[in-house]
Design a protein. Structure first.
Length: 257
């Protein structure tokens, strides 16, 4: 991507920034591991480096836009802004600090006048960046001829995931970061990502933008819309799945008595 093309198009800018952040963090990670740096140092340095690069790049390319970042201080002025970039400079910090793990991501999304309008998720350790540009965005793959796969946390099985797995008879897959989980669905490696433990807006904005652009269902677990650039950055729950599975998933969640 060239600079002028990136500047001219929000979709391309999101993809460019997610990719470039990922390239930098992947190289940094390899360098720090080679130096036998502690996992905590790797994680902290990765968070800070990703945030610093993205803030500088957004200041250069979109100086009039507001930014909501996991690693930055929140600014209430974003609530009155028409355009807000919602970024997670390193999603899956714990996984980033573990040798051999690829389930970490970079999130870059743009909210404009009430909705997500562009976004990208980079999976740097896999060399993959997925975005919302009409010419490059992923498309909904055919329903695979296998058992439905539900993706869940490495460390816990959310109650919602247990309900869905039992009702639909799913195979379970465990991954680290929210972006890695959501993109596993978009890439057809899994079919359902349901989360009821709460996340912040930057955890899901870019994954939701990419999944929605590709034709997947995205909502709260009761089917209500996911709202971004809200004063409270906390989102209680999330559902990303193939559209034909949305109704069975919500039925499993709400008709389980």
């Amino acid at each position: 991507m060239t600079g002028p093309a990136v500047v001219a198009d929000d979709h391309l800018l999101a993809a460019h920034l997610a990719h470039e952040t990922g390239v930098r963090l992947n190289a940094l990670r390899n360098e720090l591991f080679a130096e036998n740096a502690s996992p905590w140092y790797v994680m902290d340095t990765g968070d800070a480096t990703g945030h610093r690069y993205l803030m500088g790049a957004l200041s250069e390319h979109r100086p009039d836009d507001a930014v909501l970042s996991e690693e930055g201080a929140d600014n209430a002025q974003r609530l009155g802004a028409d355009r807000v970039w919602i970024i997670d400079p390193l999603d899956g910090t714990n996984e980033y600090g573990e040798r051999g793990r690829s389930d970490w991501a970079i999130h870059v999304a743009l909210w404009e006048k009430g909705d997500l309008v562009a976004g990208a998720v980079s999976l740097p350790a896999l060399g993959v960046t997925l975005d919302t540009h009409p010419s490059t965005r992923p498309t909904l793959p055919p329903m695979p001829d296998r058992k439905v796969r539900l993706i869940t946390s490495r460390n816990r099985a959310p109650y919602s995931a247990i309900l869905v797995a039992n009702a639909i008879d799913c195979d379970a897959i465990r991954l680290g970061s929210a972006g890695a989980k959501a993109m596993a669905v978009v890439l057809g490696e899994a079919d359902i990502y349901v989360h009821d433990g709460g996340q912040h807006q930057w955890d899901s904005a870019a994954p939701v933008a990419v999944a929605r652009a590709a034709g997947f269902h995205t909502s709260r677990i009761d089917g209500s819309p996911l709202l971004y650039n809200e004063r409270d950055t906390w989102l209680p729950d999330l559902l990303i799945c193939r559209p034909e599975l949305a109704e069975p998933v919500m039925k499993a969640l709400w008709n389980n008595d």
